[in-house]
Design a protein around this ligand. Sequence first.
Ligand SMILES: NC(=O)C1=CN([C@@H]2O[C@H](COP(=O)(O)OP(=O)(O)OC[C@H]3O[C@@H](n4cnc5c(N)ncnc54)[C@H](OP(=O)(O)O)[C@@H]3O)[C@@H](O)[C@H]2O)C=CC1
Ligand SMILES: [Mg+2]
Length: 352
Amino acid sequence: MFLYCGIACRRKFFWCYRPLSTYVTKTRYLFELKEDDDACKKAQQTGAFYLFHGLAPLLQTSAHQYLAPRHSLLELERLLGKFGQDAQRIEDSVLIGCSEQQEAWFALDLGLDSSFSISASSHKPEMETELKGSFIELRKALFQLNARDASMLSTAQALLRWHDAHQFCSRSGQPTKKNVAGSKRVCPSNNIIYYPQMAPVVITLVSDGTRCLLARQSSFPKGMYSALAGFCDIGESVEETIHREVAEEVGLEVESLQYCASQHWPFPSGSLMIACHATVKPGQTEIQVNLRELETAAWFSHDEVATALKRKGSYTQQQNGTFPFWLPPKLAISHQLIKEWVEKQTCSSLPA
Ligand SMILES: NC(=O)C1=CN([C@@H]2O[C@H](COP(=O)(O)OP(=O)(O)OC[C@H]3O[C@@H](n4cnc5c(N)ncnc54)[C@H](OP(=O)(O)O)[C@@H]3O)[C@@H](O)[C@H]2O)C=CC1
Ligand SMILES: [Mg+2]
């Protein structure tokens, strides 16, 4: 595919053409599939499907890792036929990406039925045997997936959950209709368009210059600490959420803020995690934990954090009854945020 590159050659006064990069070609292809139902239906013929059951992805085990298998349309039709399900169910699938060779990737939940929105749990064990895998809760499997599968399945689950929960127009009460790609739903009676939503969440690593503040919720695995996180309230900027969450959860006022990175996070139902560093005002480091939100929070030194980063998640109780201090695994943005802080501290402590 070729496109004007928009750079006029001043001396010869003609437009240059340059081939589009693979990334741009892929992005334009996905855009077309979202806009054009016929093109998307056609893409299903040569595409591949990730399968779910009751929002749990189909996974296969390989060398202590989970792999997410993909199935062709033919294989899927055969499977549905074998379990007495209508091939029309494929219309419930959602587009989640494509390969560099433009093989479109879809996701379909075999345990959710858009016409009833109930879990069609029958045949699940038989399907697992037939598919040589198991439907495993994403929460349990996420950290044993490679980064690509983790990202694809997180997107797929969030989209499938959103469609399952948005089958009716909130104004007319009429059933809404999804486009083939699943990038929106429309109410036929009033043409209101509904787009998939996600909740913005900020995650902040507060530092006092030499230490960083980490906290635990009682729901975290034993011994695990993370940075402070909180959902954005409606009307708030990211900066305002950070100021409010830090004040609410640990009773501190933050000063400077610095953006680090962002990540889609599938829990509880699809969030955009926005990770930032923050510093507190000098001399104002006394933590007052809000016990309605957190179990505990504390300041940790560079060395404590650097050691914990190297530790793999462990729930093993030590002889003194405590659990070792450990941090979220690599895939979680909190890990990246904490790692970046450790690296910055290391650099700033090196002799000039
Ligand atoms: N990827 C990562 O590295 C990390 C991700 N996280 C994620 O960040 C998210 C937010 O952290 P958390 O500290 O729990 O958030 P908050 O501090 O905002 O507290 C959670 C509470 O906020 C309320 N709430 C407000 N808006 C929403 C919404 N849109 N969806 C759900 N609950 C909402 C709920 O209260 P109520 O139940 O009373 O309605 C909920 O119990 C979590 O879902 C967690 O999975 C957290 C740490 C690390
Ligand atoms: Mg919180």
